[in-house]
Design a protein around this ligand. Sequence first.
Ligand SMILES: [Zn+2]
Length: 251
Amino acid sequence: MVVLPALALAAGMFLVPLPALCTGGAAVHALEQIQAQHIRSHAPDDPSGFVALADAIPDCIEDIRYYSGYNFVGERIDGYEEPRALLTREAAEALRKVADDLRGRGFLLKIYDAYRPQAAVDHFVRWAKDPDDQRMKEDFYPETDKGKLFRSGYIASRSGHSRGSTVDITIVDASSGNDVDMGGTFDWFGTRSHADCTEGLTKEQIKNRALLRDAMIRHGFRGISTEWWHFTLKNEPYPKTYFTFPVRALR
Ligand SMILES: [Zn+2]
């Protein structure tokens, strides 16, 4: 039996990719996909495989925190020239199915981050190495020592977001416009953000996290254990490319 190493898929906002394996007939299919990926591999500064999420899902709410100053760093992050959610065509198409699914249940999608240029990740690393800058500690990491963020894997020199098929996402009640209560907030560094955290969460909050997670998984995404809001398209089209073009309107 042929066994091929599948391309690394898991990569959190802060975590490095983990390898996985696939076998048999799936391996042949995977080989074809890998070859196709080589043929269509893009230069890191080429956004031609990307779309604006606003075009794919017009009612998706965008709250692009790294364009705003309200994030764990406390200022606009390098590489975010406009507040936009960009994704690979394949990830946007899968997310459109999630939106259709959840809209039928009374919810809209809300995106905090999608494609993230390498310059932004570099900005996070610079911030993590500066122990004096703790201006956003109270809102994002009150229980975590900033000096341990890098060592603990919260911050890494590469992010799956830079491959263009990862989103940070929550859901909003379509009738009230209110965020659904997930029992925690985006980019909170701590165990309360773990996808399977139950301590201190109500049954309703646990159910709400499962509602989002199950919908994402149904349509081809997978989550990570440390962040309830973070999902990557399993069959991402550019699993080895860390893109560098800035976040702004695609031209
Ligand atoms: Zn993320």
